[in-house]
Design a protein around this ligand. Structure first.
Ligand code: SAT
Ligand code: MN
Length: 624
């Protein structure tokens, strides 16, 4: 197997799991008063044992539960969760294996204002991250963790991010006092025994310590120590703040490791598109949170495409780890094993595959509960139920003016539930990426699709991408913010070095993916979306695929290469040439506004913006 980083750290690039007998494992010397539970009561090596012991001494839990990742254990944890009021068992005839969780009402989205990159110098974190000096952060959080698990159980959750045996696969261990987090991690990652085996006697693992504490927003800190491969999260039980394998490890810590070792950790879905000739093209697409990555990754093409033999398959819906192989091609894996998707708006029209994913063995967070033990959310059915229990646990009746489900309510579903899971989803070698898409929510000014002129221009297009904010993060909703590569909240180091890293990656590829920008969300004067979206996005994707294979026509514009109405297949769609032109229209005043908006990012970086991107901006201004 190819090493992703010839200049990298070999300890992080374990290719195969060591075959260790149980005899090689180490007992963990926790104090006698701590009740030890779970099937797997050992650590793979003395470093792990010592670290767990230190965290036990700091947090002082009453019990220690070792998760082994088995089905029996999952059932035991759900049963315990129901007893403790953490889970509500849903109607098992309608939703086998499904449970509902209601979070604290102050803890419903990622909190970027409480998220820190903790390093010796502020320059390590750069102008776009909150920064804390590492020692100060450790001191502050150590005081919060001190005794925080008294009366609670600490779950030991060992996990692997990435297909087992992949050169990029990484081991993490999360110590958490949240049973909800432990069970979610068993869906979202390859969790349990398998991680002990992958780690063996290695001391390279991400040390993830998590406590919900008293869930007080004033004492909420999500701290990343990239130089120590450590994450300390306190005060939140919510997804991206608490499932530490996801944004914290697989994006913030991994992006830092990727920069050091020569690979990329990105906020991207991964999908395959197989044409009627049986050729599969793999595409990675970066859209910010709650901008439709899951829908796009599970898209069902329109009927005429299906009849002709087109098929879409999903590798991942949120995160991609990518490296250059020895043929000079960009390869990708999905480090996750499940989907943590936005529920509202999901239905059999918008995303039938997601509906299949969440029909069993799924955790629903902050949706509404129906009288028969089924669940409901805004957009599930055209007609709302007469009554239900809303996401806060209060009685809800139709027309009461409140939302029944929280706008950022979520499902946690195993990827094996996906009827269109790509056959390479567990392949340690990953897949070759032919196209990279950037996009976001833009109601005005930005066309449906264009192609960047080349890699450097593509990096520019990704770097300046903007999007209207959503409910996935706390704060104002609907304001355009620059979100470079959809990674603004997830770059674990200085954005200057991140953009330079992207530019350098291009130089290492002999056949770099083509880069595109899409916007499914442009609206007309009537406030309605100009493009139908969802499955019809297949038409745009078909053009993108044609372009990556060197055919498919386009014309040059100030933004890049754009298809005209004759270049995209609109057959069978009730959509006129004029409507398509409106979706693609460029208007000088809007382009000027856009270039000004992009200036936000250039100002933030000041003289640190890579020169190549400064030139690309000047050339863009020249073309307008
Ligand atoms: O809560 S998560 O950060 O995992 C979801 C998202 O915001 O993309
Ligand atoms: Mn995401």
């Amino acid at each position: 197997m190819t090493s992703p980083a010839s200049d990298g750290d070999a300890r992080c690039l374990r290719a195969t799991a060591p075959e260790l007998g149980l005899g090689a494992f180490t007992d963990i010397p926790v104090p006698a008063r701590v009740k030890v539970m779970g099937a797997m009561r050992v650590a793979p090596n003395a470093t792990v044992a010592a670290w767990i012991n230190q965290c036990v001494e700091l947090c002082q839990p009453d019990g220690l539960y070792y998760c082994d990742g088995s089905e029996a254990e999952r059932q035991e944890l759900f049963a315990q969760g129901v007893k403790d009021g953490i889970f509500i068992k849903l109607n098992q005839e309608k939703l086998p294996g499904c449970f509902l969780h209601r979070s604290n009402t102050n803890d419903v989205a990622r909190t970027e204002q409480c998220t820190f990159i903790c390093t010796p110098n502020q320059d390590n974190a750069g102008p776009t991250n909150n920064w804390m000096e590492s020692k100060a952060a450790y001191d502050k959080l150590r005081a919060l963790y001190h005794g925080c698990m008294k009366g609670r159980t600490m779950y030991v959750v060992p996990f692997v991010m990435g297909p087992i045996g992949s050169p990029l696969a990484k081991v993490g261990i999360e110590l958490t006092d949240s049973l909800y987090v432990a069970v979610n991690m068993s869906i979202m990652t390859r969790m349990g025994q398998v991680a002990w085996q992958q780690l063996g006697d290695d001391d390279q693992f991400t040390r993830c310590l998590h406590s919900v504490g008293d869930c007080n927003p004033d004492r909420r800190f999500i701290c990343h120590f990239p130089f120590d491969n450590t994450i300390w999260s306190f005060g939140s039980g919510y997804g991206g703040n608490a499932l530490l394998g996801k944004k914290c490890l697989a994006l913030r810590i991994a992006s830092f490791l990727g920069q050091q070792q020569g690979w990329l950790a990105e906020h991207m879905l991964l999908m395959g598109a197989t044409n009627p000739q049986g050729q599969t093209t793999y595409v990675a697409a970066a859209f910010p949170s709650a901008c439709g990555k899951t829908n796009f990754a599970m898209m069902i093409p329109p009927e005429q495409y299906r009849k002709a033999g087109w098929k879409i398959t999903t590798l991942g819906d949120d995160i991609a780890w990518m490296w250059v192989d020895d043929q000079g091609k960009l390869r990708a894996i999905n480090p996750e094993a499940g989907y943590f998707g936005v529920v509202p708006g999901t239905n059999f029209e918008t995303n039938p595959n997601a509906m299949h994913c969440i029909a069993r063995n799924t955790i629903y967070t902050n949706v509404a509960l129906l009288p028969d033990g089924d669940v409901w959310w805004e957009g599930k059915t055209a007609k709302p139920p007469a009554e239900c229990i809303d996401w806060t646990g209060q009685k809800w009746i139709v027309d009461c003016g409140r939302k029944a489900a929280h706008p950022n309510s979520r499902f946690t579903a195993p990827m094996i539930n996906n009827p269109v899971l790509d056959q390479a989803a567990n392949d340690p070698k990953g897949v070759v990426i032919s196209a990279i898409l950037f996009g976001g929510r833009r109601s005005s000014g930005i066309p449906l699709v264009f192609q960047a002129f080349n890699w450097v221009h593509g990096v520019y297009v990704g770097a300046v991408a903007g999007s209207e904010t959503t409910a996935a993060a706390s704060g104002a909703i609907g304001v355009v913010r620059r979100d470079p590569m959809a990674m603004l909240p997830f770059i674990g180091y200085n954005i200057r070095d991140y953009l330079t890293h992207w530019l350098r990656m291009g130089k290492r590829m002999s056949d770099a993916p083509r880069v595109f920008h899409v916007n499914w969300f442009r609206k007309g004067a009537d406030g309605k979306f100009l493009w139908p979206g969802f499955g019809e996005n297949m038409r745009v994707l078909e053009w993108i695929i044609a372009r990556t294979h060197g055919h498919g026509s386009a014309h040059e514009t100030p933004l890049g290469w754009m298809p005209g109405p004759g270049d995209i297949n609109l057959d069978g769609l009730d959509f006129s040439t004029e409507q398509f032109q409106r979706a693609q229209a460029l208007n000088t005043a809007e382009l000027k506004e856009e270039v000004q908006g992009q200036g936000e990012l250039f100002l933030k970086l000041g003289g640190d913006m890579p020169k190549e991107l400064v030139f690309k901006r000047e050339m863009f201004i020249g073309r307008i």
